[in-house]
Design a protein around this ligand. Structure first.
Ligand code: DX5
Ligand code: ZN
Length: 246
C-alpha cells in the first residue's frame, strides 16, 4: 500500500484501531467528491463516473432549509446511492437536531454520519447512537466555531470535519483562516494519538488542496472542484498529485 501521504506516527502505522483496521489505513489521505455539484438528473452516472475516476469516498450533503437555507436530499437518496457504489458514503448532516434522523440515515447505508456542533445540544448521546448503529460518528465545525468545543469528545469520534466555507452552498471560496485551524487540530490529534481523521470541506480545488494537505487534512471534500471539470479522472489525478507533493 502506498503510504507516502499519510500522517501517522511511525510507531503506530501497523497497530490496529478499534475498527479492526490499521492506523495507516485510517489515515490514508482520501478524495471525497461532493455530489452537491453533480448533475442530479444523472446522479447514478455521475457517482459511477467519479468512482471510476478514482474517488475514495462519496460526500453527501444533507440540508434541511433550517440549519442552512438550502434543502437537498434525505435517506431515500442515500439508500439509492448505496446500491450503486461500493465507495464509503460520508453523509454530512446540515440539519437541526440531527438526533431525529440518525436512524434512517444509518439504515440507508451511511458509512460516516457527521453532524454540526452548532445544531445539536446532545452531542455525546448522538455519538453513542451513531456507534450503536454501526456507523462511524464525526463532528462538524463551522468556520467560526472554535476547536475547544471538541476537546472532550476527541476520544469518542472517528472524524472531525472542518468547514472551510459557511455551509449551505457549493461553489464558494475557501476561507484561508481554516489552514491555521487545521494545523492546530492536527497537532492536538497527533500529540494525543487520537485515531481521528481530519476532513476539510468547502472551496477545495487542484490549486489549494496541497496547502490543505500540508496543514494536516486527511480527507478532502471537493464539489465544484471535481464535478464542474470536464475530465473527472484527470482532475482527481491532479488533486492526488498535489496532495503527494505537499
Ligand atoms: C457546503 C457543503 C460542501 C460543498 C462543497 O455546505 O458542505 O460539501 O458541496 O462544494 P465546493 O467544493 O464546491 O465548495
Ligand atoms: Zn459537505
Amino acid at each position: 500500500m502506498d503510504v507516502g501521504c499519510v500522517s501517522v506516527p511511525a510507531d503506530r502505522q501497523g497497530e490496529r484501531t478499534g475498527l479492526g483496521i490499521t492506523f495507516t489505513e485510517v489515515h490514508m489521505k482520501k478524495i471525497a467528491p461532493s455530489i452537491l455539484s453533480a448533475d442530479f438528473s444523472r446522479l447514478g452516472e455521475e457517482v459511477r463516473a467519479v468512482e471510476e475516476a478514482g474517488a475514495d469516498v462519496i460526500h453527501v450533503d444533507v440540508m434541511d432549509g433550517h440549519f442552512v437555507p438550502n434543502i437537498t436530499i434525505g435517506p431515500l437518496v442515500v439508500e439509492g446511492l448505496k446500491k450503486l457504489t461500493s465507495l464509503p458514503l460520508d453523509v454530512h448532516l446540515m440539519i437541526e437536531k440531527p438526533e431525529r434522523y440518525i436512524e434512517p440515515f444509518a439504515q440507508a447505508g451511511s458509512t460516516w454520519l457527521t453532524f454540526h456542533v452548532e445544531a445539536c445540544s446532545r452531542l455525546r448521546s448522538v455519538i453513542k447512537k451513531v456507534r450503536q448503529l454501526n456507523v462511524r460518528p464525526g463532528i462538524v465545525l463551522n468556520p467560526s466555531t472554535p476547536l475547544k468545543i471538541l476537546h472532550p469528545l476527541l476520544e469518542e469520534i472517528d472524524l472531525v470535519l472542518l468547514m472551510s466555507v459557511n455551509p449551505g452552498f457549493a461553489g464558494q471560496s475557501f476561507i484561508p483562516a481554516t489552514l491555521k485551524k487545521i494545523e492546530r487540530l492536527r497537532k492536538i490529534v497527533d500529540q494525543n494519538r487520537y485515531p481521528v481523521e481530519i476532513e476539510v470541506d468547502g472551496g477545495i480545488k487542484v490549486e489549494n488542496i496541497g496547502e490543505v494537505s500540508r496543514a494536516g487534512g486527511d480527507i478532502f471534500v471537493s464539489g465544484s472542484g471535481i464535478f464542474k471539470t470536464k475530465d473527472y479522472a484527470e482532475t482527481i489525478r491532479q488533486l492526488r498529485r498535489a496532495i503527494n507533493v505537499a
